[in-house]
Design a binder for this molecule. Structure first.
Ligand code: MTE
Length: 310
């Protein structure tokens, strides 16, 4: 196996990661096939992810700095302050790791994470992440459509919804020693949302393996929904007939609905969702319906009252 590893970033390096990253992408494009030859299988090569297809997303927005993406996080298993996950998530062991896919499927399976990484070509997708707390980021994620995994297990006709379950291990996740949420963290999607090509099973960002604080070794990213739908450090995926109840629905049934589509016209019970602050910006910007992905996803909700199905 040929591996390709970039030199570690020195603390003395003055080039911000995102500039370095963009330059590297430019060099990859310029070098074309010759550099591509350096990337062999879609396997881990140190901290870098090899053989990642470049983005299919034409988003013109500036990327959020790597530092913000990895130090301003919500991951309550490691504490409730934004800087807690980057400080505390070092205790999470991401190998060995398995993901059990079960329920309404013809072929239930326990996937080893390294086997799962090879299931489909890895792609980079630049997505906006809009948090329900009215801040947002633009992140170059790496993964492949969740649909690729679901195809393998053959959902039955009764599989109407899908449930994601994060790791429950208070020894590794000290935040679980407090009842801030009902552990383990649970989230869910309707099956057509889960099968949508934008829904990304995510294993990396900024060219690298996911940092623990961003949900290593595997998380979901659903770009047209509020960030909390994107469950981190997933150990189980269950296909079910009835709409599942998420940890946030249990915590605040009037505040967090099952759908949680980004919608500037539907306020949160305690604040407006009309605007958001992109991390690094001073001024707020208007929030876009479905976080700007309406052309791709609006038809999933045709005929639904989105103020009732919030
Ligand atoms: N997943 C788990 N297991 N635990 C969490 O606390 N927080 C959610 C989501 N996934 C959370 C989670 C919220 S509220 C947001 S906004 C996003 O993760 C943040 O993802 P990021 O830290 O990678 O930006």
């Amino acid at each position: 196996m040929t591996t390709y590893k970039l030199p570690p970033i020195q603390s003395s390096e003055i080039t911000p990661r995102e500039l370095f990253y963009n330059r590297r992408r430019f060099m990859q494009l310029a070098a074309g096939a010759s550099l591509t030859a350096l990337f062999s299988d879609s396997v881990l090569a140190g901290e870098q992810l090899a053989n990642v297809k470049k983005s299919t997303d034409s988003l013109a927005d500036e990327l959020t700095p790597y530092k913000d993406v990895t130090t301003y996080n919500n991951f309550y298993e490691f504490g409730t302050d934004k800087e807690d996950p980057s400080k505390n998530a070092g205790s999470l062991k991401t190998r060995p790791w398995t993901i059990t896919v079960e329920g309404e499927v013809n072929k239930p399976k326990v996937f080893d994470i390294d086997e799962l990484l090879k299931l489909a070509p890895l792609e980079e997708r630049i997505y906006r992440l809009r948090c329900v707390e009215a801040w947002s980021m633009v992140i170059p994620w790496i993964g492949f459509p969740l649909a690729e995994l679901l195809k393998q297990v053959e959902p039955t006709g009764n599989a109407k919804f899908i449930e994601f379950i994060s790791l429950h291990d208070p020894e590794q996740m000290p935040g679980q020693k407090s009842a801030t949420l009902n552990w383990p963290y649970k989230e869910g999607l309707r099956i057509d949302e889960a099968m949508h090509p934008l829904t990304l099973l995510t294993v990396g960002l900024y060219g690298e393996v996911l940092p623990n604080q961003n949900g290593a070794p595997i998380r979901i990213v659903v770009p047209w929904k509020y960030g909390f739908k994107s469950a981190k450090s997933i150990v189980k995926i269950r296909l079910v007939e009835k709409q599942p109840v998420s940890s946030w629905m249990e915590a605040g049934p009037n505040e967090y609905g099952f759908y949680s589509n980004v919608n500037p016209a539907v306020d949160h019970a305690r604040w407006s969702q009309a605007k958001e602050r992109r991390l690094g910006d001073f001024l707020k910007r208007p929030t876009l319906m479905f976080n700007g992905y309406g052309d791709q996803v609006a038809q999933l909700y045709a005929g639904m009252d989105l103020s009732k199905n919030f």
